[in-house]
Design a protein around this ligand. Structure first.
Ligand code: FES
Ligand code: FES
Length: 161
């Protein structure tokens, strides 16, 4: 006889884009699935599902992480920023705007992760060198842009007040 696996549940409290969220979730739920399927924040994407591509990048307590590699339950009590939280009431964030003006977006699949990695870099270094930008974005793989315009965009965003 086959027995169905018993699901264990966890009462998660987490702050996402400044809003406190409480949900009962299965302990095995990945953070990426929690963000996309439970919260309907679909900016973070799944491509490789194994921590290689950076399409699922979010910011967890000020650190750039791959949300496909983390269980949602592990984030209990933490603060999460997704690409949806970067936009302010006034409109696009300066990095988002720079990606548009520098034509750094093609299919767009990698771009939320790229922008969040860039946002963390620009928090600590307002005018990073091109090598520093490349290093900070090394975990975000893009199949379309060739990276040159992405680096241009982050450089432009860094120069903005
Ligand atoms: S989907 Fe998470 S790193 Fe590729
Ligand atoms: S713009 Fe298509 S993968 Fe980066």
């Amino acid at each position: 006889m086959i027995h169905a696996a018993k699901i264990e549940w966890f009462d998660l409290v987490v702050t996402v884009n400044g809003e406190q969220i409480q949900r009962r979730i299965p302990t095995h739920l990945r953070l990426l699935d929690f963000i996309r399927d439970e919260l309907h924040l679909t900016g973070a994407k799944e491509v490789c599902g194994e921590g290689e591509c950076g399409a699922c990048t979010i910011i967890l307590d000020g650190k750039v992480v791959n949300s496909c590699l983390i269980f949602a339950a592990e984030t209990h009590g933490s603060a999460i920023l997704t690409i949806e939280g970067l936009r302010s009431a006034a409109g696009l964030d300066t990095i988002q705007a720079a990606f548009i003006t520098e034509h750094a977006v093609q299919c767009g699949y990698c771009i939320p992760g790229m922008i969040l990695s860039a946002a963390e870099l620009l928090k600590s270094k307002t005018t990073p060198s091109r090598d520093q930008i490349r290093y900070a974005l090394a975990g975000n793989i893009c199949r379309c842009t060739g990276y040159q315009k992405v680096v241009d965009a982050v450089e432009t965003a860094g120069r903005k007040p």
